[in-house]
Design a protein around this ligand. Structure first.
Ligand code: SAM
Length: 299
């Protein structure tokens, strides 16, 4: 089978979340194409996994990839925060590899990337809620600027928001190519010469808003802690600084309250060799906490 996503920090995740005893149950809350799950199932023959993903299309790929493991793995199309709220004290380990998969950029056709000219959709659970196109069409200039700043710390948020609002008066902005061009023309020339495409943060911010990534993050973290057994471990991989900061503060709070032990004193990053082989791993940050006390209020 052809997989487009290369899982990050696999060795590190296996080392920090590998089972301590036979018969452990793990939740892979963002199973994607199943790269991490496959590594865990191969490495630990007694382990069972519950695989969850908000995106039904990618879940089908994981099902095919992991079919050989039979009843050691089951699959659920759901948001991890919604699934885990229903399963208190159930899992020995939970892995959340947040954000989106390379599949979404290269194969989904849903407009996650400015390097392809596709409809502006960006919904993981295809068809439910507002699309990126809806937000571009409907938000006020101020709300659009806030979205860019709050989700991606875009320093030219106001200029971009102004350009988008002016452009949509002339014509509907329906595709990624049109949006990327508007952003490109709105930012100062110096921004265009930087390493990142000027539209990188705009696209990231829209994707995060469409899928409620930052808004739902505290719920996801709380519900995941609640779904762990005592002495269970939660591993969280972030790719954006705002997500990692929220995870870091949440873990630190639990530690100070006596509800968690930090198994990673600082975030674990990809080795030089991994970054060479898989450049997107450059921004990955893994943090792991062990649950030592009850009392999580779920949402
Ligand atoms: C970085 S990819 C995971 C890659 C996976 N670990 C692998 O090895 O193939 C993130 C996946 O999580 C899904 N996703 C993101 N946020 C989610 C959430 N809150 N609940 C469930 N799935 C989510 C996305 O649809 C995507 O497939």
């Amino acid at each position: 089978m052809e997989f487009v996503h290369r899982p990050v920090l696999v060795e590190e995740t296996l080392a920090l979340l590998g089972p301590r005893k036979d018969g452990e149950l793990m939740a892979d809350g963002t199973i994607g194409e199943g790269g991490h799950s496959e590594a865990f199932l191969r490495c630990f023959p007694e382990l069972r996994i519950v695989g969850i993903d908000a995106d039904r299309t990618i879940l089908e790929t994981a099902k095919k990839r992991l079919a050989e493991f039979g009843s050691r793995i089951e699959f659920h199309a759901d948001w991890a925060q919604d699934f885990l709220v229903e399963t208190p004290n159930t899992f020995d380990t939970i892995l959340i590899d947040s954000g989106i998969s390379m599949f979404h950029y290269t194969k989904s056709g849903r407009g996650f990337s400015f390097s392809k000219n596709e409809p502006l959709d960006m919904r993981l659970d295809a068809g439910r809620g507002k699309s990126a196109g809806d937000l571009v069409e409907e938000l006020s200039e101020k709300d659009f600027a806030d979205l860019l700043f709050n989700n991606a710390e875009e320093r030219y948020s106001r200029r971009i928001a102004h350009a988008v609002v002016e452009a949509r008066k002339r014509e509907k902005i329906a595709r990624t190519g049109a949006l990327a061009d508007i952003v490109d023309r709105a930012v100062p020339p110096v921004y265009r010469r930087s390493r990142l495409h000027p539209a990188t943060k705009t696209f990231q911010a829209l994707r995060m808003a469409v899928n409620g990534e930052l808004i739902r993050l505290p719920t996801l973290l709380k519900n995941a802690m609640n779904a762990l057994k005592i002495r269970g471990r939660l591993g969280f991989i972030s790719f954006e600084s705002l997500t990692d900061r929220t995870v870091k503060l949440f873990f630190r709070e639990r530690h100070l309250e006596g509800k968690g032990a930090l198994l990673t004193k600082r975030a674990v990053c990809a080795s030089v060799e991994e970054v060479r082989q898989n450049p997107p791993s450059r921004s990955a940050r893994l943090r792991v906490i062990e649950k030592t006390g009850e009392g999580e209020k779920t949402i």
